[in-house]
Structure formats: structure tokens, C-alpha cells
Ligand binder design. Structure first.
Ligand code: ADP
Ligand code: MG
Length: 702
């Protein structure tokens, strides 16, 4: 029998200092003043902040919290927190519980150990955190520790962004400003604000912890650096959307409960394509809140997995030969009056606002395709993008039949009709006809229109959603700015809009591709169309500092040139460090586990050959086995030497781009060779001696 459960409606948001909590706990005038701050029409005054802080403290203490922290997102892509307790000792040896508005608004962590890309030298340690009051404060329970979390931005003493949140917030301002200009020019008088919305679908793997612990590569690098393919992979297509295994279902249930408490609206869960791969999707939210929530989601997946005897692997490609993990960033634009600006409605051809925003996205994505590509470039995603499962490294847009048709009409001078979906007759008398969408899906496109939003599918599963999202916000703001400039000056807005749309539809037709993006023909076709194909991470990162990008971020005050340069260096350094760690981990496993196991097995075979021969029976087969084994041992040993030399040669180059390129060019080849020999050994060495859990075990045993 099912035990009685607390209703979700009671669990949801129970650890969030939400609107409902504020309404209940704040004096009316303070509540109203703070709402104005949230709407962006008033500044937060010290008086309001003090009352807010006090109410937060009381609420948090009632919930058992002893500490508070500014929770921020440094350039590591993870989150950071330093806890302070509420206690404030008195002269009589007692203590008060204190939390002031000042402390709520601003923190000052010693920031010297976070990556700053040269923005700050170590002795200039000061950094500031500033409360992002548009993302709700919440309580997090970690074991026995309960603390109040204050979502914050993080900057240097000189005010430069050192985190992932600051540019996100700045890009939201830019987007709002330019989108409002366009809306106004098109005659909209009701909207006061435009926001980006984001619903990131998160893919991940779960494997049993006992296997994980025996794999130093998973522990240190997050992905398997060795492993022969499992005799069975994903070819049966039986995992995707399959029945949830009971242990997995229990895990998901607990993840959901934890997330719901934090106000994260975990909504959809299912098995993914690869065995042991799963997905979780939330209901979308404003981009900054969605990004905070995605960070909490990744953390919760990891944490709850441990409780269930699993380890959650968020790496983009934990296992070779089966699908990797991405994060599908569903993105759209909404007004404060609730209109989704990318909702085509029933007759998109005469929905002017929709067409303008759609075309703005199309132009932005084509114009800044390299920047978008760079925004998803990391070491993990290199194994995914361009391999024939994930989206390719070429950015293109899927619009679907209906919109592609309209886009064509716009290029010809104006859209006059919209194709309709009609009905689907299943030929079964007991089932009603189903309304059919006007467009099929395309799962291979890196940037697909999916009904009333775009889905950016290149994002890596470990990545913060901030980077790709603030890039998207900014490039779209930039094109909206161009359009607004024209419309505001125009004497005939209608005619000017038609001209703008015609120009975009003509100039940017090349970025629209509805076919199979995994197919090799597309690579050839894309080249003909002049679309960039930045295959490697280093190549992609090296385009960030292109003059047009520096100008773009400067124009919209999202990142200064110095900030952009610092970020690029951090990303290149992260790439270098990752590859270097992988190479060193590989050497350690190869030398201390695989080579010894293989030689032990060769010794055993040698003994067997001796004892079998002594009986007078032929040991020819055993000899053949030993010969094959010895040859591979020689290969592996040579590979190790080669990789060691490469590691020595590639280290210690001063500039970030040079270093990253060296690691890519010098280490990756030798690493592949070591893996090749080791994986072949795995196929012939006695399973009892083989030191690492196999792909089959990790992917199939629960
Ligand atoms: P699909 O099946 O096309 O992937 P879903 O409806 O399952 O679409 O949504 C996938 C994700 O897209 C969810 O996280 C959802 O919240 C998000 N999403 C839906 N509408 C929007 C929107 N307007 N803006 C941003 N994300 C959205
Ligand atoms: Mg989707």
C-alpha cells in the first residue's frame, strides 16, 4: 500500500522566500516598494532592505537555518558559497541573531582563488557579491546544515564581472531595452518589459557507485578514458522513453521532491537514448532564475545520486560509442503582459510582431554563428559536437515547413498565407482524429524552432546555461536595435517593416536548414553556403575576441573588452587544464593498473604454457594467446612512453591560446593511441584480472 505523502502543492517552494511568503510577512508598504524594485521601476533603499533582511532572517531561523550565504557563480561554471552564521555576540556573553539589509545586499568574499583571467592578481584579493533580487532567496539543507541562500552576482574590486551572472543580468537589460523599442515602434502600448525565458532540459548518466569508485578516470576526469565497447550498446533503441527501473524511479522521485522544495519546477523525466542515460526538464522561467535553478538541478542530481548508491555523471561524453549528454536550452521572449513574442499564432504570415522577432533571431544567429558556437565550446563538448549523434559544430536553424514557406514569401516581397496542419486520421473508429502540428520536429538541428520557442541544442550538459543564454540575449538585442533604429525613423512603419523582413529573409536564407544535420552531405552544403564550421573547442574559443564581438558586447554594455578577454583566457585555460588532467590520469591508470594487469596475465599464461607443455600436450593455442597479448603490451608500453614525452613537451607555454592549442595538437593523438592498445587488451585479458569495471557493467547493471 502507498504510504500517505505530503501533497506537492505543500512541498513546492516550501524553502523559498517567495512572493507568497513576502506578502504574508512584510508590511504592506515594504512589500509594495520591493515589488517596484523587482519590476525595475525603483531602486532598493536601505530602509526597505533592512526590513526585508529581518523578515528573511526570522523566516529562515524558524526553518532551522543557522547561517546565510551569498551564493554566486564564478567562472568555474560551478557555484560558490561562504557561510556566515546569524550570531552576533553581546557584551553579556549571550548572542543575538542578526542580519541587516547591508549584509543582504552586498558581501565581500576573499576572491583570490577564483579564476579571473588576469583581472585580478592574487594579492588584490577583494571581490564583491551583490544580491540579484530578481532571483528568490531560498533555504538549502545539506545534511544537518541549514542555510539561507542569497543568489548573487560577483565582481572584482574594480567592478569587473568575475562570474556568470553579471553578464546575464546585463544582457537581460540590453534585450529588454531593444525589444521594448521595437514593440513601441510597432504600436504596442501595453507592455512595459520584455524578458528572455529559458527551459533547459538536462541530460545525465547514472551509474552504480561501486563501479565509479574503481574508475580513477571517472573520479578525476568525469569521463571514461578507457573502455572497450559493450557487446550491447544503444542499438536496440529500447532505452529511450522505456519503463523506469525501480531504483531509478526512486532516485527521480527524491530529486523532484528536493527540487520542488527549492521552487525548481522539475516537470518531465524520462530515459534517454543511451543505456544509463536520463533527462530532466523543468517548466521554463526567466533566464536568470532558470540558470540558478539549473545549477541547483545539477547539484541536486549529484547529491541525491549518492544517497541512492549511484553517481550522477554530468559530463558531455562519459562513454565513447554511445550518446553523450547535452542541455537543450529552450529560449523565448515574453512581455510582462504575458505575450510570448515567438508564438506564431494560427496565421503567422499576418502576425507582424512575431515575424519581426523571428527574423531578428534568424539574423542574429547567422550573423553571430561563430560566437554562439564559441559559447558552447568546452573540453567535454568537443567529444560531442560534430560526432554523428549530437548537433554538428555548424550552426544552422530549423524553421519547419510552415515558417520556411513564410520566410520564402517574405523574401519574395511579403507573406500572404500560412500552411495549416490539418488533421491526422488514424483509421480507428474509436479514436478521434488528432489535430496535426503544421511542422514536424527535427532532432538533429542545433537551433530549432519548436512551436513557440527556439531550442539551442549544442549546449553541453555540464555547462552553466548562462554563457549561451547571455550570448543569445545580446546578439538578438543587437539586431533588434538595428531594426528599432529603422522603425523609429520611418514615416511608414508598415512599409519599413516589410522591407526589413524582406532583407533579412533574403540575406539570411543560408542559415535555414530543415534536413538531416548529422549527414555528411550537410557539411559540404554548409561550406558552399559559407557557414562557419568550427570543429574544435580551441578554434571556436579563438574567435571570441574578433573585433565584431568586442564591439557587440561593448555596445550593449554586457562585457567590456577587458572582461571579454579575461573570460576567453579562462575558457582556454580550463580547456588546457582538462586535457592535461585527462592525459595524466590516463598515464596513471595505464601504468599502475592496466599494464600491471596485462603483464600479470602474461606471466600466468607463461606458467600455464610451461605446465601444459610438461604434460606432453600441445600448448600452441596458449602460446598464440600469449603472443597476441605480448604484442599489445608492447604497443601499450610504447604508447605510454609516447604520451609521457608529449606531456613533457606540451606543458608550460605562457599564453593561453598557445597552451590550449598545444594540448589539443600534441596530447590528443597520443592519448588515442594509448586507449586503443588498452581497449584491445581489455578484450583478451582474463576478466578476473582486468582492473576496471567494463562498459557493459557500468551501463547495464543497476
Ligand atoms: P519539447 O517536447 O519540444 O522539447 P516541451 O514542451 O517538453 O517541448 O518543453 C521542453 C522545455 O521547453 C521545457 O523545459 C519547457 O518548460 C520549455 N519551454 C516551453 N515553452 C517555453 C518558452 N516559452 N520559453 C522557454 N522555454 C520554454
Ligand atoms: Mg526538447
Amino acid at each position: 500500500m502507498c504510504e500517505a505523502r505530503v501533497p506537492i502543492t505543500e512541498i513546492f517552494g516550501s524553502n523559498v522566500f517567495s512572493d507568497a511568503v513576502m506578502r504574508e510577512r512584510l508590511p504592506k508598504n515594504i512589500y509594495k516598494s520591493f515589488k517596484k524594485v523587482l519590476d525595475g521601476v525603483a531602486d532598493l533603499t536601505p530602509a526597505v532592505a533592512d526590513v526585508l533582511a529581518n523578515a528573511m532572517k526570522d523566516w529562515a531561523i524558524e526553518k532551522g537555518a543557522t547561517h546565510y550565504c551569498h551564493w554566486f557563480q564564478p567562472m568555474t561554471g560551478l557555484t560558490a558559497e561562504k557561510h556566515d552564521s546569524f550570531i552576533s555576540p553581546t557584551a553579556e556573553g549571550r548572542t543575538l541573531m542578526e542580519f541587516s539589509g547591508k549584509v543582504l545586499i552586498q558581501g565581500e568574499p576573499d576572491a583570490s582563488s577564483f579564476p579571473s583571467g588576469g583581472l585580478r592578481v592574487t594579492f588584490e584579493a577583494r571581490g564583491y557579491t551583490a544580491w540579484d533580487c530578481t532571483s528568490p532567496v531560498f533555504i538549502k539543507e545539506d545534511g544537518k546544515n541549514i542555510a539561507l541562500y542569497i543568489p548573487s552576482a560577483f565582481c572584482s574590486y574594480t567592478g569587473e564581472a568575475l562570474d556568470k551572472k553579471t553578464p546575464m543580468l546585463r544582457s537581460m537589460d540590453a534585450l529588454n531595452k531593444q525589444a521594448m523599442r521595437v514593440l513601441k515602434a510597432l504600436g504596442n502600448t501595453s507592455a512595459r518589459r520584455v524578458m528572455g525565458t529559458l527551459g533547459p532540459e538536462q541530460e545525465y548518466f547514472l551509474i552504480d557507485r561501486r563501479f565509479y569508485e574503481k574508475r580513477l578516470d571517472l573520479v578525476l576526469a568525469g569521463r571514461t578514458l578507457f573502455g572497450a565497447p559493450s557487446p550491447r550498446g544503444q542499438e536496440m533503441d529500447d532505452h529511450y522513453f522505456g519503463t523506469l527501473h525501480e531504483r531509478i524511479a526512486s532516485f527521480m522521485n527524491e530529486v523532484n521532491t528536493e527540487l520542488w522544495k527549492l521552487g525548481v519546477s522539475a516537470k518531465t523525466q524520462h530515459n534517454e537514448v543511451s543505456p544509463a542515460q536520463y533527462e530532466l526538464a523543468p517548466v521554463f522561467a526567466t533566464v536568470n532564475v532558470a540558470t540558478d535553478h539549473n545549477q541547483l538541478t545539477m547539484e541536486t542530481l549529484r547529491k541525491v545520486a549518492i544517497r541512492h548508491g549511484f553517481v550522477c555523471l554530468l559530463h558531455e561524453k562519459p562513454f565513447a560509442g554511445v550518446n553523450g549528454s547535452g542541455k537543450h536550452n529552450n529560449w523565448s521572449l515574453v512581455t510582462d503582459t504575458g505575450t510570448n513574442l515567438l508564438d506564431p499564432g494560427l496565421t503567422p504570415h499576418d502576425n507582424m510582431v512575431f515575424l519581426v522577432f523571428l527574423c531578428a533571431v534568424v539574423r542574429a544567429v547567422d550573423k553571430y554563428a561563430k560566437l554562439l558556437r564559441a559559447s558552447v565550446a568546452n573540453a567535454g563538448n568537443e567529444h560531442r559536437l560534430g560526432a554523428n549523434e549530437a548537433p554538428p559544430a555548424i550552426v544552422s536553424i530549423f524553421l519547419g515547413d510552415q515558417l520556411t514557406d513564410i520566410f520564402g514569401q517574405l523574401a519574395d516581397g511579403g507573406a500572404k498565407s500560412s500552411r495549416q496542419g490539418g488533421e491526422l486520421q488514424l483509421g480507428i473508429s474509436t479514436l478521434p482524429p488528432l489535430p496535426k502540428d503544421c511542422t514536424d520536429r527535427n532532432r538533429t538541428s542545433p537551433f530549432a524552432f519548436t512551436g513557440n520557442k527556439f531550442e539551442f541544442r549544442m549546449v553541453g550538459s555540464t555547462q552553466s546555461t548562462s554563457g549561451p543564454t547571455f550570448v543569445l540575449n545580446t546578439i538578438v538585442a543587437d539586431v533588434l536595435c538595428e531594426i528599432a533604429d529603422k522603425l523609429e525613423k520611418s514615416g511608414d512603419v508598415n512599409a519599413t517593416t516589410q522591407e526589413v523582413l524582406k532583407k533579412i529573409a533574403t540575406e539570411h536564407a543560408r542559415i535555414i536548414f530543415n534536413g538531416d544535420n548529422y549527414c555528411s552531405d550537410w557539411v559540404v552544403e554548409a561550406k558552399k553556403r559559407g557557414l562557419p564550421n568550427l570543429v574544435s573547442t580551441v578554434e571556436a574559443l579563438n574567435t571570441i575576441m574578433d573585433a565584431e564581438n568586442v564591439a557587440l558586447f561593448g555596445r550593449h554594455k554586457v562585457l567590456s573588452e577587458t572582461e571579454l578577454e579575461a573570460r576567453t583566457d579562462i575558457l582556454l585555460e580550463a580547456y588546457s587544464m582538462t586535457v592535461n588532467i585527462e592525459a595524466k590520469t590516463m598515464l596513471s591508470i595505464a601504468k599502475r593498473q592496466i599494464l600491471p594487469a596485462a603483464t600479470r596475465y602474461s606471466g600466468r599464461l607463461g606458467d600455464i604454457i610451461g605446465s601444459v607443455s610438461a604434460t606432453g600436450v600441445s600448448a600452441d593455442t596458449q602460446k598464440k594467446m600469449l603472443e597476441e597479448l605480448s604484442a599489445l603490451i608492447t604497443d601499450l608500453s610504447a604508447g605510454i612512453e609516447n604520451l609521457e614525452a608529449a606531456v613533457a613537451k606540451s606543458g608550460a607555454i605562457e599564453d593561453c591560446a598557445g597552451q590550449a592549442a598545444a594540448f589539443r595538437n600534441i596530447l590528443v593523438g597520443p592519448m588515442e593511441k594509448v586507449r586503443e592498445a588498452a581497449d584491445r587488451l581489455e578484450l583478451i585479458v582474463d576478466a578476473d584480472i582486468w582492473p576496471l569495471p567494463t562498459y557493459a557493467e557500468m551501463l547495464f547493471i543497476k
